[in-house]
Design a protein around this ligand. Structure first.
Ligand code: HEC
Length: 107
């Protein structure tokens, strides 16, 4: 009887964990544009790309015509000698997803 209950709880635990892992990876894909606006300002992206992504001296990134994967790669290691790379320690994947959502929301 006791073992049976334990097995049930165990299975349920695994089910719950799977659900949580799947849930969090989905959250990383759909960022929060409001938060992204904050990270964008905090990391001074606007000093080069402009406060609205399209009014700076660097390339226009408003609306951003690239996938999330490419965006993160560009962020981590840029092609430009001017743009600094932003490692995970500065901008986490979740924050990057927020910035991505923010840029996507711009025109
Ligand atoms: C010191 C200036 C500078 C800063 C700060 C900067 N960038 Fe850039 N960025 C550039 C330049 C110049 C390029 C163009 C060269 C290239 O494509 O890598 C660029 C390119 C990019 C690209 C690629 C655009 C494309 O169409 O290929 C993205 C995306 C981007 N920046 C996002 C950001 C974000 C987000 C931040 C803040 C976390 C940021 N940048 C901070 C100068 C900067």
């Amino acid at each position: 009887m006791f073992m049976k209950t334990l097995r049930k709880v165990g299975l349920f635990g695994i089910f719950l964990m799977t659900f949580m892992v799947v849930g969090s990876s989905c959250a990383a894909q759909s960022g929060d544009a409001e938060a992204g606006k904050k990270w964008y300002a905090m990391n001074n992206c606007g000093s080069c790309h402009g406060p609205h992504g399209n009014d700076g001296r660097a390339v226009n990134i408003a609306g951003l015509d690239m996938g999330f994967g490419s965006f993160v790669r560009k962020l981590r290691k840029t092609d430009a000698p001017i743009m600094p790379g932003f490692p995970e320690s500065k901008i986490s994947k979740e924050d990057a997803a927020d910035i991505y959502a923010y840029l996507k929301s711009l025109k």
